[in-house]
Design a protein around this ligand. Structure first.
Ligand code: HEM
Length: 269
């Protein structure tokens, strides 16, 4: 198949480099998962509107909430984007692969909002210039870098960019794995070997394991042949369990910090 022909039909690429099929008749579940992407903006909206209206504690409220609500949201969106391919490997589903690109773009939108609000509002916690707010500590540098690295990924997550970059396109998309690393560094510098960093490691482990070519090829072949059913069921149970150990506390964190932000009563920690 010519390179030109390969790019012409209804396929798009996600930020982690897999070709996905676009279907106009995607199930309603796709729209449910797309709707979830509005949650971080809805949670932060009351504080942002208050600040824009000049409320006395508007900026301080955003400063207290922004990293918790938008940082956690960005990470959850990233993880869900990374889960798309492993879910296909395990189940053979394709209906959800369209979400990879949507989640990649949404991740950038949320992380970019996080960086912008941090630059504008966090003088109380990181006094100094805008550069201090976004780079005054090593953990801030890692968070800012993670966000900036998303720019080339989002800019090239389309067919014209793929055509233009040719065989270099995959290399650019592999930046996703660098971002994964810089986010884990961001969280390690903030939390050490505890809480949110360990949650992040727990959600990452199954996603890394299911990307290893040997595991991915074995699972796909066994699924297609219908073999090793018990082994696959036990492995799926263990992997989903480990994923859940990290994912559930992160969602709880977003629910607690996000609802506090929504009612404009963030904890000042
Ligand atoms: C891809 C981008 C990013 C991701 C995935 C991310 C992720 C996270 C997560 C999951 C947390 C823990 C939130 C909590 O304690 O509830 C966090 C905390 C934090 N992040 Fe980020 N972050 C990102 C970018 C940034 C940026 C751009 C900044 C600022 C320039 C930043 C500054 C912080 C700070 C200061 C905290 C500590 C908040 C606290 O515990 O009070 N992050 N981040």
């Amino acid at each position: 198949m010519s390179a030109q022909r390969a790019y012409t039909t209804s396929t798009l690429n996600g930020l982690d480099g897999e070709r996905v099929s676009r279907s106009n008749n995607g199930p309603k579940a796709v729209w449910f998962f797309r709707a979830l992407l509005l949650v971080p903006f809805v949670l932060m909206a009351p504080e942002v509107i208050s600040a824009l209206r000049g409320s006395s504690d508007g900026v301080a409220n955003i400063s207290a909430s922004v990293a918790d609500v938008l940082g956690t949201s960005t990470f959850l969106i990233f993880i869900l984007m990374l889960a798309v391919t492993p879910v296909s490997t395990m189940t053979g589903w394709r209906w959800h692969t369209v979400l990879r690109r949507d989640y990649g773009i949404a991740m950038f939108a949320v992380a970019g909002t996080d960086l912008t609000l941090a630059a504008i509002t966090t003088n109380d916690t990181f006094p100094g210039t805008v550069l201090t707010h976004i780079g005054g500590h090593s953990f801030l540098v890692a968070g800012t870098l993670s966000t900036l690295l998303l720019i080339p990924l989002v800019v090239t997550a389309n067919q014209p960019a793929q055509r233009w970059l040719g065989r270099h396109w995959k290399a650019v998309q592999r930046l996703t794995y660098v971002v994964w690393g810089t986010i884990l560094i961001h969280l390690f510098l903030l939390f050490g070997l505890s809480t949110i960093f360990l949650d992040a490691v727990a959600v990452s482990l199954p996603l890394v394991l299911l990307r290893l070519p040997v595991v991915r090829h074995w699972w796909t072949a066994a699924r297609r042949k219908g073999s090793s059913r018990v082994l696959r069921a036990v492995a799926a149970f263990a992997l989903v369990g480990i994923f859940g150990l990290g994912f559930v506390p992160l969602v709880q964190e977003l629910a607690v910090k996000g609802s506090a932000a929504f009612v404009q009563k963030p904890a000042r920690d």
